[in-house]
Design a protein around this ligand. Structure first.
Ligand code: SAM
Length: 275
């Protein structure tokens, strides 16, 4: 099924000579039915502005617009992609704004109106950094949801439960203030060029309020220390973080001999309130 009347992405890439650059984490999606399916994971976009980081030749951008996004702000670092994106902007007058720049430096709020959703096939080199930033903004956040492509391993860390190998700081920080789930998994062949790893789309829906009371800075520092030495017992890994550490651990129901990966979100939040 054709999602729009624009040219196939292979033609676009050939015309504009968009050879993928490894340094920019470029692995392009060429199947527009797949990009439309990814866009649908973000829910009804017809009343939303969407921030897309790294549109590249525009496969996901076209998916988002075909799925009815009110407006898309596409932030792309590689200026070679601009002519391809201009073709899409022409087909959707007033709905696509392209900013040539580094997503780590662009302020999306200067361009978008609420409600805002973020959807991106992220460059792997900046993916976790952007996620951590979006999770660290004052709450409630400026965005309603994040629908993001990651390496499958990173996606598994975001949705991980206590007791699993993937469980750590990323799971705590993501699940404290969001419902997080893996919406789709994709094999390497879905991309051009194919990366070495499998990928997954994670959907995070912002909760109105955090699941448990805690100070964001303290929770972040506590989990960094606890999981920084994840094989150690907490009485050792958290040494120096507070006075009377063992009493405080026991006061919130944590055995001082347990390890970080055994502790659920509720108990990490309770401990952060005591330090
Ligand atoms: N969205 C396209 C797709 O799905 O086919 C391209 C995805 S590709 C994995 C990542 C894109 O992010 C590339 O187009 C790359 O140039 C761009 N990019 C890399 N670093 C960036 C940054 N710091 N800010 C904005 N875009 C960036």
């Amino acid at each position: 099924m054709q999602i729009d009347n624009l040219r196939p992405l292979r033609d676009v890439i050939a015309t504009h000579d968009l050879r993928a650059k490894k340094s920019l984490g470029q692995n392009f999606l060429l199947d527009l039915n797949l990009t439309a399916k990814i866009a649908r994971q973000a829910g009804d976009l017809s009343a939303c502005d969407v921030l897309e980081v790294g549109p590249g030749p525009g496969g996901l951008t076209r998916g988002l617009l075909a799925e009815g996004a009110r407006k898309v702000l596409a932030v792309e670092k590689d200026e070679r992609c601009l002519p391809a994106l201009a073709e899409i902007a022409e087909a959707y007058p007033g709905q696509l704004e392209v900013v040539n720049g580094d997503a780590l430096k662009v302020d999306p709020l200067a361009h978008l109106n609420a409600p805002i959703r973020i959807v991106a096939n992220l460059p792997y080199n900046v993916g976790t950094e952007l996620l951590t930033r979006w999770l660290s903004v004052p709450w409630p956040p400026f965005w309603e949801s994040l629908t993001l492509m990651f390496q499958k391993e990173v996606a598994e860390r975001i949705v991980a439960r206590p007791g699993s190998k993937a469980y750590g700081r990323l799971a705590i920080l993501s699940q404290w203030r969001c419902e997080a789930r893996i919406a789709m998994t994709l094999p390497p062949e879905a991309f051009q060029p194919a990366p070495k790893v499998h990928s997954a789309v994670v959907h995070l829906e912002a909760l109105g309020a955090p699941k448990f009371e805690a100070d964001a800075g303290k929770l972040s520092a506590l989990t960094a220390k606890a999981f920084g030495q994840r094989r150690k017992m907490l009485r050792a890994s958290l040494k120096g973080i507070t006075t009377d550490l063992e009493d405080k651990l026991e006061a919130v129901g944590i055995r001082p001999t347990s390890r970080a990966e055994e502790i659920d979100l509720e108990r990490f939040c309770a401990l952060s309130r005591l330090i």
